[in-house]
Design a binder for this molecule. Structure first.
Ligand SMILES: NC(=O)c1ccc[n+]([C@@H]2O[C@H](COP(=O)([O-])OP(=O)(O)OC[C@H]3O[C@@H](n4cnc5c(N)ncnc54)[C@H](O)[C@@H]3O)[C@@H](O)[C@H]2O)c1
Ligand SMILES: CC(C)[C@H](C(=O)O)[C@@H](O)C(=O)O
Ligand SMILES: [Mg+2]
Length: 362
């Protein structure tokens, strides 16, 4: 069967990690008789340099016309790159936000799983890790602070800036239902994370999530304040199954969660809406500090491609083959620098991709 994939390499390490994900998809396609057709789409800094904007209307339309979107990362060094002297709506990240909003991808699924083979790369103590953890952050993706009104101006002689954290009940309800549905297929636990002791938006969040929870009596439901959650993730990550949270909290907690899986280079994500068209991307950024050096870990992007096979194309078996191949390569002791530990074999971005591809072929 034919599958049309919009591929967005983006900036920094984006093109390097996307090349490895395509390598894996090509191998899967050949082995199982699927035809993955790629249409390259410009987004981020590279789009600014060529078109003047981070995402053109045509690029968004192309993404919409495909069956799924696979993204590397966008952005540059925020302190140094010229892109950041542009107005905020013309900077690289604005392209990503416009893509998420334009495709109505309100549910961002970020699974934090510790591979047995990476226990030594996990910064937590052995007794905390136990026999590993497996939780998923379900992050609301098209609301909250990211999309509320914002401005910067002089007020009473002082430079002043405002960002607005806004949610309505519908936005909260649909992401909550998504989290409960996911929990039903897992260990049936949802922990909703908010800041209801301070924020009105969180108090509404709590009210609506509690209402939704009544439709899922088979799922254990708890609340946690976000500052406590940040602490609990490192104190006892094994307590979590599904963490349901708003946009900004989910952004921060998922970077924290990634580090306890060994590295931010390990965490994949799927951004989903009401249709099968999803956006698949690692949770990390363009890592300008290591770009072009063949040092980036491509596993988060490769696992994101596996999520694409599963969620957008219903190719569950092929997705599992990719996950097994990643596990086997780690088992054989190969590591990129971010997950390196004593006694293991250090490999670059392209070699890691080759090794995973070989596992699939053999
Ligand atoms: N989805 C995205 O496109 C996305 C996500 C996050 C950040 N960004 C952008 O990326 C740029 C850099 O941001 P940042 O430095 O804060 O975050 P980052 O995630 O790019 O990098 C943080 C640290 O993690 C390392 N790292 C990240 N990915 C890695 C990988 N695959 N393998 C090995 N090491 C890896 C980097 O080298 C760096 O030291 C910014 O412009 C930011 O806006 C984009
Ligand atoms: C680049 C940025 C807009 C983005 C976000 O905050 O959503 C990133 O940090 C992420 O986690 O995907
Ligand atoms: Mg982030």
């Amino acid at each position: 069967m034919d599958y049309r994939i919009a591929v967005i390499p983006g900036d920094g390490i984006g093109p390097e990690i996307i090349a490895e994900a395509k390598k894996i998809l090509d191998v899967i396609g050949r082995k199982y008789g699927h035809n993955f057709q790629y249409t390259e789409v410009l987004m981020g800094g590279v789009s600014i340099d060529i078109t003047g904007v981070p995402l053109t209307d045509e690029a968004l339309q192309t993404a919409k016309s495909c069956d799924a979107v696979l993204l590397g990362a966008v952005g540059g060094d925020v302190g140094k790159s010229n892109w950041y002297s542009l107005p905020p709506n013309l900077r690289p990240e604005a392209g990503l936000l416009a893509l998420r909003k334009g495709l109505n991808l309100f549910a961002n699924i970020r699974p934090a799983v510790l591979f047995d083979e990476l226990k030594s790369a996990c910064p937590l103590k052995e007794d905390i890790i136990g026999d590993g953890f497996d939780f998923v952050v379900v992050r609301e993706l098209t609301g909250g602070l990211y999309f509320g009104e914002r401005w910067t101006k002089e007020v009473e002689g002082l430079r002043t800036a405002v960002d607005t954290l806004i949610y309505n009940e519908k936005e909260i309800e649909r992401i909550a239902r998504c989290a409960f549905e996911i929990a039903r297929k897992r260990r049936k636990k949802v922990c909703s994370v908010d800041k209801a002791n301070v924020l009105d938006s969180s108090r509404l969040w709590r009210q609506i999530t509690h209402e939704v929870s009544k439709d899922y009596p088979d799922v254990e439901f708890t609340d946690m304040l976000v500052d406590n959650c940040a602490m609990q993730i490192v104190k006892n990550p094994r307590q979590f199954d599904v963490i349901l949270t708003e946009n900004m909290f989910g952004d921060i907690l998922s970077d924290e969660a990634s580090m306890i899986t060994g590295s931010i280079g390990m965490l994949a994500s799927a951004s989903l809406g009401k249709t099968k068209l999803g956006l698949y991307e690692p949770i990390h950024g363009s890592a300008p500090d290591i770009a072009g050096q063949n040092k980036a870990n491509p596993i988060a992007t490769i696992l994101s491609a596996a999520m694409m096979l599963k969620y957008s194309f219903d190719l569950d078996k092929e997705a599992a083959v990719i996950e097994d191949a990643v596990r086997n390569v780690l088992k054989k002791g190969y590591r990129t620098v971010d997950i390196m530990s004593p006694g293991k074999t250090l490999v670059g971005t392209d070699k890691m991709g080759d090794l995973i591809a070989d596992e699939i072929i053999n």
